[in-house]
Design a protein around this ligand. Sequence first.
Ligand code: FAD
Ligand code: UQ1
Length: 410
Amino acid sequence: KEHYKVLVLGGGSGGITMSSRMKRKVGAENVAVVEPSEMHYYQPLWTLVGAGAKKVQISGRPTASVVPSGVTWIKSPVQEIDPDRNTVRTGDGKQISYQYLIVALGLQLHYEKIKGLPEAFKYPGIGSNYSLQTVNKTWEALQNFKEGNALFSFPNTPVKCAGAPQKIMYLSDAYLRKTGKRSKANIIYNTSLPVLFGVKKYADCLWEIVKNRDLQVNLRHELVEVRADRREAVFTKLDSPGETVVYEYEMLHVTPPMGPPEVLKGNPLADQAGWLDVDKDVLQHKRYPNVFGIGDCTNVPTSKTAAAVAAQSAVLDRTISRVMRDILPDKKYDGYTSCPLVTSYNTVILAEFDYNGQPLETFPIDQGKESRIMYHMKANLMPHLYWHGLLKGLWGGPGPYRKIMHLGMK
Ligand code: FAD
Ligand code: UQ1
């Protein structure tokens, strides 16, 4: 039977990051990562791919090239986790036991929960930046836009990168202006949320932008059906139960409902809703002290992003070191997360905030303003920070730099 001192489930942003950090701590031969996918994707680039500003090919690298050398890659999905016996079973029937387990399984997309999807993606005029299979379809729909409604949805579930559903709206607006088609378009953002963005400071700035650019925002509208043959999208009004509205569309961008990974549902490691049940301060499981979590699969009450994974990785590294030495974890995660709100082809509002929804800005400028430098950072610097910093276990978020940047400023 295979056994590892540290077993990591999932080889996405959180899984590869922790594999690198655990290799440094216990040696590569004592670490394994379970990941079925041949390729690893830098998903934040897909916002720009959907708008034609980057090519999708550069968002992916072979998983083999990101698994730290010497760490064992188990190329199969986890099918069962038995935390009472410290074992997992994989899709190819292997049993693997562990001393410490790090769960980094991400979240699942549920296009099928919208009636008419995923079949509707076979028709023109509809795309979704959330999946590799559909991101180029967003760009096609945008380029083929002639006249009518451009619709953007936001589901009634937790999502990763809560800003992404509206970033593509701002980019589409900019594209249609650039190509002289804006006067023929109604741009409509139908969101299930009761707010435009969860943090007031940035929401205020975004409301100003939607007003100035003539973008229509409908709150508490949930996409429930797509009739692609007729180019119609059906929304329910969440505050008037039973009431639906049908919109014709020339272009539709779908942000799908999302939920916890299938293997966690009903597992003793999950909470009622199916998310990994960890302590929000130290990222250790609430009932199984040798189990830890990072990233989108956990129930920590912050916005699910790669930026959050970065900050969590530094805390979790320290938590695990202490648990391995039988001392209580001390370093606390403050909920840091960040969302570069792309508002055009050359501007970004860099939202950064904590568990309390308080802005936690890195740079000594007002990040509520649209900035060209921040766009450059998002589009051209972040990918390098991701591949060479985060995934190598060398980037634990901007926390330490924030303190330096603000020296003498406040
Ligand atoms: P993932 O990176 O998704 O990795 C999960 C891994 O688990 C995958 O590799 C998957 O194959 C694997 N897995 C699933 N099931 C199993 C199984 N049964 N067994 C084994 N392995 C399994 N974040 C930002 O910080 N800034 C941004 O600007 C930003 N923009 C985004 C834009 C878009 C369009 C999208 C889609 C995401 C964006 N994000 C952004 C979010 C960011 O990509 C995620 O929050 C981050 O990747 C989470 O890391 P993770 O390790 O939790 O999950
Ligand atoms: C970040 O650390 C990160 O992960 C590598 C992202 O994901 C791509 C981000 O989008 C952001 C904004 C950060 C935070 C980094 C800085 C320098 C503010």
